[in-house]
Ligand binder design. Structure first.
Ligand SMILES: Nc1ncnc2c1ncn2[C@@H]1O[C@H](COP(=O)(O)OP(=O)(O)OP(=O)(O)O)[C@@H](O)[C@H]1O
Ligand SMILES: [Mg+2]
Length: 139
């Protein structure tokens, strides 16, 4: 496990850009952390770094958004999920394609469905308004 101290939004965005080098087809990126911890901010910068030009909205109600840049990317937000069955019902396993990059906010909601080898980033608040701690770990 690697622990990274982040002091600003710009540092979160810089971290996201470095992350673009580590994700590719078949990558599963799992994000956890309280409301406002910075998951979506991280995802927006990551998607921008991967070439997404459109505005990235949180799929809070739709659960998943899809991008082709031309790589296939699925962005999940599982805040509203309280039982992993709800995600299986929308065919979660079908999204874990070898050619897709899969990014999941609130992945702890479905921890038992996440395959081994996923990259977990656990975000938490630091001691100032813009400081955060990212704990990065491969499962
Ligand atoms: N270092 C930082 N990194 C990311 N966001 C930060 C940072 N410092 C302050 N913020 C602010 O914290 C908020 C993070 O919101 P964001 O939507 O990214 O969180 P989230 O974890 O996705 O929350 P939710 O679970 O509610 O969707 C934003 O308002 C952002 O401006
Ligand atoms: Mg979010």
């Amino acid at each position: 496990m690697v622990e990274i101290r982040i002091e600003s939004i710009a540092a979160t965005e810089k971290f996201a850009l470095e992350l673009t080098k580590r994700v590719g087809p078949g990558s599963i990126l799992c994000l956890t952390g309280d409301l406002g911890a910075g998951k979506t901010t991280l995802v927006r910068a990551l998607l921008k770094g991967l070439g997404v030009r459109e505005v990235v909205k949180s799929p809070t109600y739709t659960l998943v958004n899809e991008y082709h840049v031309p790589r296939l990317i699925y962005h999940f937000d599982l805040y509203r999920i309280h039982n992993p069955w709800e995600v299986l019902d929308i065919g979660f396993d079908d999204y874990l394609k070898p050619e897709a990059i899969v990014i999941i906010e609130w992945a702890d909601r479905i921890e038992e469905l996440i395959p081994k080898g996923a990259l977990w980033i656990r975000l938490s608040y630091g001691d100032t308004q813009t400081s955060r701690i990212f704990k990065v770990e491969e499962s």
